[in-house]
Write a protein that binds this ligand. Structure first.
Ligand SMILES: Nc1ncnc2c1ncn2[C@@H]1O[C@H](COP(=O)(O)OP(=O)(O)OP(=O)(O)O)[C@@H](O)[C@H]1O
Length: 890
């Protein structure tokens, strides 16, 4: 039977090997098992445990050998010869990663019986299927970030979206009728993997997400709702689409735990105890382009060297739990003032109290990654050390509780109320598990003997007999008079009494020969043998008993999974609040206000750039209901982009509940931040950059509201100057007239500064630069009013463009400015927005037969060059083109 997971594949490494199927009747029982598992998991590469190795056979062996760089061997049995390759069980992670990187799902068929306990072949069963989005192996996961698997389902017009981190048990669901919202929500979570129902769209997923189909039965309404009910009772879901998504995702999660048939129950994931349903409107919308261009989580590579993103400068958390929670807050900034103020109150209180802050952080350092820990406990994969780590974490809770005793901020009191020290669990683990247990849980030294009477008795027997043996040497020397007689132990032969050859005559009658060596003989006595047997029996029984007790304790702890998860969540929240307070204190941030009178910032700083610039220049921002649209001009490298992002980042940070880098900040609560940066920065595969930019702009125009913050940085650069300018102007007008969003609009098109004359609500700002002799110095300070001349040529000079070329450029600009003066008189671009976009600059050149059209064109192109961002090759090619153009006319 096929699991129908994934898309049909012709890969011969998947499914049962043809050569094994050919003589199916002859196969040995073990190979038979392998073939069956390959049939069940025919979309995954099956790795089959044989002793200490996970093996693959036939074509799959070739695949494993190639990707994992292991040797292939030939395995022979009664039914034939097969190619085989294996990876070590104990050290599998790095090999598995290679197979996942090669886009394989990997089904691990483990020995589920101990070969020593069964007469025939030990049974093997697929116990987990590794897929990119459902990993739980710590070695394969980043500790400080979630790895999500998503599920998109459709029911009529509604979309249901469910998102799960299998390693932590975080389960979120939402629903909408808007495709764009689906895409935005997926962008927030950037799932590693997703499954979709039959009629759900696939083009809404981020590029990095591996999207596959999953058995339709799992999406079916009744199936899905039964499964959801089984896990979460009657969760608050908004409609059948959400139920379908959640149910199918649960089925998929079970499938990755060895439940091969979505109609049947797989292994139930007991640690999935809570489902959080949210409405996208409860959060500031941040689409993938905004997340990317604001560099919230990752630095864009166009900036060259790797550097910090916003999350890096804000992350002063001390636990993995806190680090993941901070990312979640950043992914979903709030819009509700009350919730934001509650976080800010807590951050303020902690910022002002250095001592408490330090002490809380000190105790939080003892906190382990409880979410992943408890999921290992529930999956029966936790060892004794994990339980001790849990105990250590629980030990810190009462201390944290005490530190929060006098907390004034509501959110801190709430944290305190929710801190559950789970005393029973702590006592259970404390009394049952030894302090420094080994990794192995089957070989003893795990359980305190005092925890169980029988265990205590067995360990006592072991101890007494060992003590008897310890004294044996002395007693036997005395009894036999052989003064160099020695008592020893080997793992193969057990205990012995060793007598050198010279003294063999003195050996008493009750010594039985055990082993002959070159210079000596080894003996045992019936009593020694008996004692030894007692030790072995007691030890074996005690180790087995410890294993049983351990599993019981682990299962008792697993029963409290929901409470442990709630504690994890509370500790994570505390860690984030303390972390934000730490950043606020260390970097001189201020508490933002939301007086609703516009966006007023004094001395605002870019949170990331200020950390790397030796002398960062703070800048103000002022947008009011009367002047809500700022056109920002200024030469290249003057600081426009930094400034625009800074305003957006302050808003995002404030709505996350963080203080902001400014002397004073009175901000608007925005429903959404849109940011688009000029096309030259964006290298999107497939579509032309200009097309991408236009599609993004279209989305802004459609979706922005008067509560949105729109940050547009040099839009319309990917096309001809005339078109670009016309598009930029039309966009600006639309945003101003129809949308009324808070807007920052940086442009190279100097003519757009005229918008301020024509439209109420538009103000000009510029970044000044001073020219010192022939060099340009940037002050990075924003000033009211439009920018003066373009300093592109000076920047080119500073960047090392040869003097001849610089001089020639100056001459061309001078000529073109003369032309502009003449033509501007005839064509008033600023005041005639309806004039056809393409005609504006064409007219300018054609209007005067006397001017040199080539010079004007070259000058215009030079002015538009973004020299600072050009590669040397681009610069040379452009210069070459310009030189040729000039040559042609001379
Ligand atoms: N306020 C500031 N204080 C100090 N340095 C700054 C400031 N703003 C920007 N810079 C630095 O100036 C350089 C140019 O900044 P930015 O990229 O923002 O300029 P720009 O005007 O947008 O340039 P372009 O038009 O070429 O994109 C950056 O290296 C940045 O670190």
């Amino acid at each position: 039977m096929s699991s129908e997971v994934g898309d049909a594949s012709d890969d011969p490494a998947l499914g049962p090997p043809a050569e094994m199927l050919e003589n199916r009747e002859e196969l040995t029982p073990m190979v038979q098992q392998y073939v069956e598992e390959c049939e069940r998991y025919d979309d995954a590469l099956v790795l089959f445990q044989v002793g200490d190795f996970y093996k693959a056979f036939c074509d799959a062996a070739e695949t494993v050998a190639a990707h994992c760089e292991v040797t292939m061997i030939t395995r022979e049995d009664s039914s034939g010869e097969y190619r085989a390759a294996g990876i070590p069980v104990d050290n599998a992670a790095s090999y598995l990663e290679k197979l996942l990187d090669a886009d394989y799902r990997v089904a691990i068929a483990e020995q589920v019986e101990d070969p020593e306990d069964v007469s025939g072949v030990a049974d093997r069963r697929v116990t987990r299927v590794l897929t990119p989005g459902t990993l739980t192996e710590d070695e394969l996961l980043a500790a400080d970030d979630n790895t999500f698997v998503a599920c998109l389902a459709r029911d009529g017009d509604a979309f249901g979206l469910a998102v799960l981190d299998v390693s932590t048990g975080d389960f979120l669901a939402t629903g909408t009728e808007s495709r764009a919202t689906v895409a935005d929500e997926l962008g927030r979570f950037a799932p590693a993997e997703a499954i979709v129902g039959a009629d759900a769209p696939r083009d809404v997923f981020p590029e990095r997400t591996a999207v596959t189909a999953f058995d339709e039965a799992a999406f079916e309404r009744t199936n899905a709702s039964e499964r959801v009910r089984d896990y979460f009772g009657a969760p608050d879901l908004a409609g059948p689409a959400e139920v379908r998504a959640c149910g199918a995702l649960l089925a998929y999660a079970e499938y990755t735990r060895g439940g091969f048939d979505p109609d049947e129950d797989g292994e139930r994931l007991d640690y999935l105890t809570h489902l959080t349903r949210y409405d996208p409107r409860e959060y500031m919308l941040l689409d993938p382009v905004a997340i990317d261009s604001l560099e919230l989580f990752e630095r864009r590579s166009v900036h060259g060297a790797d550097g910090d993103a916003l999350v890096d400068v804000l992350d002063e958390t001390v636990t993995a739990l806190g680090s993941r929670k901070l990312k979640d807050w950043l992914r979903r900034p709030l819009v509700e003032e009350e919730r934001i103020e509650a976080r800010l109150d807590a951050v303020e209180e902690l910022r002002d109290d250095l001592r408490t802050r330090q002490q809380i952080r000190e105790h939080l350092r003892q906190v382990y990654d409880l979410e992943r820990l408890i999921s290992r406990v529930a999956r029966e994969r936790a060892n004794a050390r994990d339980l001790r780590s849990l105990k250590q974490t629980l030990d810190a809770v009462p201390e944290l509780d005490a530190l929060l005793e006098d907390a004034g901020a509501g959110q801190l009191s709430e944290v305190r109320e929710e801190l559950d020290a789970l005393p029973e669990v702590r006592d259970l683990v404390g009394s049952a598990i030894r302090e420094d247990p080994p990794v192995e849980i089957t070989e003893g030294e795990v359980i305190r003997p005092s925890f169980d009477d029988e265990l205590a008795e067995l360990r006592a027997t072991e101890r007494e007999n060992k003590a008897w043996i310890d004294n044996l040497e002395e007693r036997e020397r005395e009894r036999t008079g052989i003064d160099n007689l020695e008592v020893g132990h080997t793992s193969v032969h057990g205990y012995y009494i060793e007598v050198t050859n010279g003294k063999l005559d003195e050996v008493p009658d009750d010594y039985v020969r055990r082993q002959t060596l070159k210079n000596s003989e080894r003996f045992y006595t019936p009593e020694l043998k008996e004692r030894e047997d007692d030790i072995i029996r007691a030890e074996q029984r005690a180790n087995d008993l410890e294993h049983d007790i351990f599993r019981e304790v682990r299962s008792d702890v697993a029963d409290e999974a929901a409470r442990v998860q709630a504690l994890a969540d509370t500790l994570a929240t505390l860690d984030v609040l303390v972390g934000l307070a730490e950043v606020a204190a260390t970097h001189d941030y201020t508490r933002p206000r939301f007086d609703r009178e516009g966006i007023h910032v004094e001395g605002g700083r870019h949170p990331v750039v200020e950390r790397t610039e030796e002398r960062f220049v703070p800048n103000p921002t002022s947008l009011t209901p009367e002047e809500f649209f700022a056109v920002v001009t200024g030469p290249n490298m003057s600081g426009k982009s930094t400034y625009m992002r800074q305003v957006a980042l302050l808003t995002v940070m404030a709505q996350v509940g963080s203080f902001v880098p400014a002397a004073d900040a009175d901000l608007e609560l925005v429903d959404r931040v849109f940011t688009r940066v000029g096309a030259s920065d964006d290298i999107a595969g497939g579509r032309s950059t200009f097309m991408v930019e236009m599609a993004e702009l279209a989305e802004i125009l459609e979706e922005a509201t008067d509560d949105s913050l729109v940050v547009l940085d040099e839009v319309g650069r990917g096309t001809s100057t005339a078109d670009g300018e016309a598009i930029a102007q039309a966009m600006a007008e639309f945003l101003h007239d129809e949308v009324g969003a808070w807007t920052l609009f940086a442009t190279h098109h100097h003519d757009l500064t005229a918008l301020a004359d024509d439209l109420d609500g538009v103000a000009n700002y510029h970044f000044a630069a001073t020219q010192v002799e022939e060099e340009v110095e940037f002050e990075h300070a924003i000033e009211p009013g439009p920018a003066g001349a373009s300093y592109g040529i000076e920047v080119a000079k500073a960047a090392g463009v040869p003097d001849d070329v610089v001089e020639r450029s100056r001459a061309l600009v001078a000529e073109s400015e003369a032309t502009d003066v003449e033509t501007d008189a005839e064509t008033d671009v600023g005041s005639t927005p309806d004039a056809g976009p393409a005609t504006a600059s064409a007219d300018r050149v054609a209007a005067d037969g006397e001017t040199d059209p080539v010079a004007a064109d070259v000058a215009a192109r030079l002015r538009d060059l973004d020299v600072a961002r050009m590669t040397p090759v681009e610069a040379l090619t452009t210069l070459d083109e310009l030189a040729r153009e000039v040559d042609r006319t001379e």
